[in-house]
Design a protein around this ligand. Structure first.
Ligand code: SF4
Length: 346
């Protein structure tokens, strides 16, 4: 794992107090407020992979959409190299911003245009972002294919998406993201639509890129096994809020929050990447309004859980939002502070 925790430099990405509420319902339905994110804060250092883990509806994709400037948060700040992105960037991300923050999508079949060959997919960003000239664009596109392990690159460059397997398409999508030499790569469930047999290959490629290029990564996933393999730190999201944050190995080895424990138990075999998991989200109707949002499903729920929303507490190198652990004075927005401080001191 990277020693990114030891870094004392300004984090590449700093997300502070992100909150987002959506209004659901249509013409004939009663409008309802859906809280997607509540006061979410975290950082990602250069050369570090951070996994946002949670079931559907946990808010992890909303974080990605906000970072890609596809949504505007109701509250919060996003600092990229200390620059306040929400204050300086237009809602539709500028070309320089897209040159720094790139995305690898879940669906390798839908993310490439079937009518164009690999050369087109790579040449376009290389030229648009001025990472190549018309003279050396072919050479740079072939270099990218070498980087993502598509060999022989000189042959793959002329193939069209329908001539590639799912894993090969995902490698092209990763090469396309690398074409602009980004600082931050957001990978949204990058292996969930691939055969189990090739998921490990793609995660290994991402891990290598993180180390070799000192690339910062935000992995969006429901799968704790993938998170443990690729990420240095894990942030567990439940109902739009981080309920546990800390080193990936520690969280998977001994999850502290009952929701993280349920997530882990729902995976048939945590050693098996992308293993099927049961949905452990509660029914919205069961949510307690005042206390801990997980109380209706929590096997450990106590009286206080129904009345008081827990603050963050420090458990080993982690921050955990749960009454099972003694309070240590952490505030509601401090999901990371204690974990990072302790990890740095190890
Ligand atoms: Fe369970 Fe209570 Fe902890 Fe919530 S605060 S996760 S209900 S023990």
């Amino acid at each position: 794992m990277s020693s990114a925790h030891e870094s004392r430099e300004t984090p590449l990405l700093k997300v502070e107090g992100l909150s987002k509420t959506f209004l659901s319902g249509g013409l004939f339905a009663r409008p309802q407020t859906v809280v997607a994110l509540r006061d979410v804060s975290f950082t990602v250092d250069r050369g570090e992979a951070v996994a946002l883990v949670g079931e559907s509806g946990s808010g992890k994709s909303t974080v990605a959409r906000i970072l890609l400037r596809l949504e505007r948060p109701d509250e919060g700040r996003i600092l990229l190299d200390a620059e306040d992105i929400l204050a300086t960037e237009p809602l539709r991300a500028s070309l320089p911003y897209r040159g720094r923050v790139q995305m690898v999508f879940q669906d390798p079949f839908g993310s490439l245009n079937r009518t164009h060959d690999v050369n087109h997919h790579l040449a376009r960003p290389l030229l648009r972002h001025k990472r190549a000239t018309s003279k050396d664009v072919r050479e740079k596109a072939i270099d990218l294919l070498h980087v993502v392990g598509l060999e022989p690159a000189e042959e793959f460059i002329w193939r069209r998406p329908y001539e590639l397997s799912g894993g090969q398409r995902q490698r092209v999508a990763i090469a396309r993201a690398l074409a602009v030499d980004p600082d931050l790569l957001i990978a949204d469930e990058p292996t969930s639509m691939l055969d189990v047999s090739i998921r490990m290959n793609i995660l290994t490629l991402l891990a290598r890129l993180k180390e070799e290029r000192r690339l910062a990564m935000l992995l969006i996933t429901h799968d704790l096994a993938s998170a443990r393999y690729l990420a240095d730190r894990v942030l567990v999201l439940f109902r739009g809020r981080i309920v546990e944050a800390g080193p990936a190995d520690e969280i998977v080895a001994s999850p502290a929050h009952p929701y993280t424990q349920a997530l882990l138990e729902s995976i048939a075999d945590v050693g098996k990447l992308g293993a099927e998991s049961r949905d452990v989200e509660p029914d919205p109707d069961e949510l307690s309004s005042d206390g801990c949002p997980f109380a209706p499903r929590c096997p450990e729920a106590m009286d206080v859980c129904w009345k008081v929303d827990p603050s963050y507490r420090t458990v080993d190198s982690r921050r955990v939002r749960c009454h099972l652990y003694p309070e240590d004075g952490g505030g509601a927005g401090e999901a990371e502070t204690g974990a990072r401080t302790q990890a740095a001191g190890q």
